[in-house]
Design a binder for this molecule. Sequence first.
Ligand code: SAH
Length: 458
Amino acid sequence: MDFLPIFANVKNKLCLVVGGGSVGARKAGVLLDAGAKVRVVAPEIGAELAQQPGIEAVVGRFEERHLNGVTLIIAATNDRAVNRQVSELAQARNIPVNVVDDPELCSFIMPAILDRSPLMVAFSSGGASPVLTRMMRGKLETVIPQNYSKLAAFAERFREEVKRRVTNPAKRRIFWENVFEGVVSEKVLTGDEASAEAMLQQMLQNEDNIQRGEVYLVGAGPGDPDLLTFRALRLMQKADVVVYDNLVSKPIVEMTRRDAERIFVGKKRDDHTLPQEEINLLLVRLAKEGKRVLRLKGGDPFIFGRGGEEIETLAAEGIAFQVVPGITAASGVASYAGIPLTHRDHAQSCMFVTGHLKDGTMNLDWDALARPRQTVVVYMGLHGLDTLCAELIKHGLPDTTPIAIVQHGTQPTQRVITGTLATLPAIAEREKPQAPTLIIVGGVVTLREKLAWFHPQT
Ligand code: SAH
């Protein structure tokens, strides 16, 4: 660690800014925001800066006496000799000094900040790369939205009361985690502080009720980690245990908390590592052990994901859970493969169906599927491809109807194989697409050629 990060209290303290240009003005502004009084010394000081409340404008060249009574100094002139003089005099008097863009002359550096007061995040690369620092701030800006300041202020309001009423420190930590990660904070963030307060008071009723075990049923999308939601990412980094199957892409599993326990309950076709009922019970058991359990599911948990069954069991056992939607394979695959599912020229509706074979037969409403001007997306359909094509033709779709198989949609290994209802089974036989694959039937598949330039990866 090259620098000690600290937050300085400069309220009502006199700080000095040497330099009256735009940089000096900006630094003076930050100091004012932090409640300081600011003496600005420069041969010329714009009226806008000079007239701000809290500013003492000293027009003239810098002199040593300007350091008198000063707590902290920022030098922002464009004359290195002056900056050096300020730095040397300040350091001789042990007054912290920052010279803008000149780390050698600094006794402290100014971090990039993300201001969600009273929550404040400061970033620094110790001068190594200000651009990288700014980019990191940009990233965090999305993870810590603007209204987090409301949340921090809300917590501050109840801090003492919670401390008094929840005396066990471990429980208190869990209590606050529950507040920040649960419905209370959602209420605060949407501006409904009255409901938030009522809920918080209810949570305070009984210390014994404070427990942490809960389940997050999270849709991880079709594979590309960029398609995760912010909420998914937040929960992934918080969970103690991660329960996942082989539909969740490896890079996404890697993004879960480093020290979280990872449990693979992979399901391959006809080779269920853990039957669904056991997965349901596993989630219950882990939550009852007080763990925060992340059930990561490919795509969206409620689309052919059996998420509904998992939460039924949780609800029956009284375990808190939340469900986070994900981008379902159909959406992800369609956009990465350049197939707009409901393009007006080709389709008025789009159906999602599962082609999972039960007892070797595919039980689908073929009449409904074989309608014109409709796109059909088949999940888990590869093994039934021959049946699918034959039945659609038999029920009235032209055998020239375009159809695509998309393997590993949105992932670097994505591959799109196209043909018609008549030709695709033989093509697939030859090309041997690898699971998971999604099948898309309908005129929209032809648009892919037009739009392919936009998808160089496929
Ligand atoms: N809940 C998931 C679907 C689970 S069913 C979702 O919303 O996407 C599993 C099927 O989803 C697979 O057999 C395959 O048909 C499809 N699938 C999931 N991810 C896919 C991907 N990256 N590419 C192609 N198909 C995918």
